[in-house]
Design a protein around this ligand. Structure first.
Ligand code: ATP
Ligand code: MG
Ligand code: FE
Length: 354
């Protein structure tokens, strides 16, 4: 089957075609992403109205490019998948409307995909992971630990009670005048910095529940910056390094607990895996910290290539492929939802998906 996937939930306009080859391996035939970062740069964050307009302008061309790069026409498609939530409603409407229109015109099945399911299933596309496995999703909008049990069966074990981790990076960068998006800037600035110079909190460390909190850390960074002002380039470097270390320690602590819980629930799984997704997963300091706690717990880390960790069309097309193969279909009247918890995603009726 050939599945077209469309992603427009935030600030990437993306389309891709994914198929499953003769060997049963999934294949990404094309994966086109137009990042709107430039469109929003002047505002220091994503502006929903600008995002929706930019999606509407770009999407037609992106879909054509995805089809032509895959060497396919619309008549070759087996189904059309689009992100139907969670995300910014204007963008979701643009993407889902395009997908519904193609499905209607060519009489193809339509699949309404939960964006988080796209992230959750990506390690099956890139690493062929078998269920169940853990997922750590750390992006600009989400910070979650999810148990991926089977297609359509996800348990959220932890989430942030305030800011997302990517948001904390972005706000720290803004405070220190490093530009947007902040994550890569903070990481670059932190190189060679003294991560022990500033004492910053490790929110939630040691707590039994698997949640996160980053607003206290953000406040501590601001107060530290105010106290040390005016900041020399060396101060900024050390503060970025200290902030990054606090984030890495916090994630490591939370994941150590998640590993223990997974072990207790699935004692028979000999080689457990935790996958990472989201833009923050690109961070070297964070990756190193995660690899070391995983190692201690006997887990391996599956890290998809960055282009498939951040928002993209292939993850939506792939989730569509799994759903299509499981016989799931969505009506053309399926609404988009700005809020759509992953554990409210439809699952196949009987034991599908091993
Ligand atoms: P969503 O949560 O809907 O997926 P998003 O578009 O914000 O939305 P991504 O595109 O996956 O998510 O990731 C963007 C985020 O990742 C931004 O907050 C950015 O600052 C952060 N980020 C990117 N690179 C790095 C890095 N090297 N270190 C830390 N954070 C990073
Ligand atoms: Mg993004
Ligand atoms: Fe995302």
């Amino acid at each position: 089957p050939f599945i077209l996937g469309i992603e427009t939930s935030c600030d990437e306009t993306a389309a891709a075609v994914v198929s499953r080859g003769g060997t049963r391996e999934p294949v990404v035939l094309s994966n086109i992403v137009y990042s709107q970062i430039e469109d929003h740069a002047a505002y220091g964050g994503v502006v929903p109205e600008i995002a929706a307009r930019a999606h509407a302008e770009a999407l037609g061309g992106i879909v054509s490019a995805a089809l032509s790069e895959a060497g396919l026409g619309m008549d070759d498609l087996s189904a059309v998948a689009a992100t139907a939530g969670p995300g910014l409603i204007g963008g979701l409407i643009v993407g889902a409307s395009m997908a519904r229109a193609i499905a209607h015109a060519r009489d193809l099945p339509f699949l309404a995909i939960n964006h988080l399911e796209g992230h959750a299933l990506t390690p099956r596309l890139t690493h062929g992971l078998a269920f169940p496995y853990l997922l750590l999703l750390v992006s600009g909008g989400h910070t979650q630990i999810v148990l991926v049990k089977a297609l359509g069966r996800y348990e959220r074990w932890g989430t942030t009670i305030d800011d997302a981790l990517g948001e904390a990076f972005d706000k720290t960068a803004k405070l220190l005048d490093l530009g947007h998006p902040g994550g890569p800037q903070v990481e670059r600035t932190a190189i060679g910095g003294d991560a022990k110079r500033f004492q910053l909190p490790r929110p939630m460390r040691g707590e039994a529940r698997l949640d996160f909190s980053f607003s206290g850390l953000k406040t501590a960074v601001r107060q530290t910056a105010e106290k040390a002002a005016p900041l020399s380039p060396g101060d900024v470097r050390d503060l970025c390094a200290s902030f990054q270390a606090a984030c890495a320690d916090t994630l490591a602590d939370r994941m150590a607990r998640a590993f223990a819980r997974f072990r207790a629930e699935f004692p028979d799984i000999a080689a457990p895996v935790a996958a990472i997704a989201g833009g923050v997963a690109a961070n070297r300091t964070i990756r190193t910290a995660l690899e070391s706690v995983a190692d201690e717990a006997g887990f391996s880390i599956a890290a998809p290539p960055l282009a498939l960790c951040t928002d993209n069309g292939a993850m939506i097309a792939y989730a569509g492929l799994e759903r299509y193969e499981a016989g799931l279909r969505d009506g053309l009247d399926t609404p988009v939802r700005s809020r759509w918890p992953l554990d409210e995603t439809a699952a196949p009726l009987v034991g599908h998906g091993r």
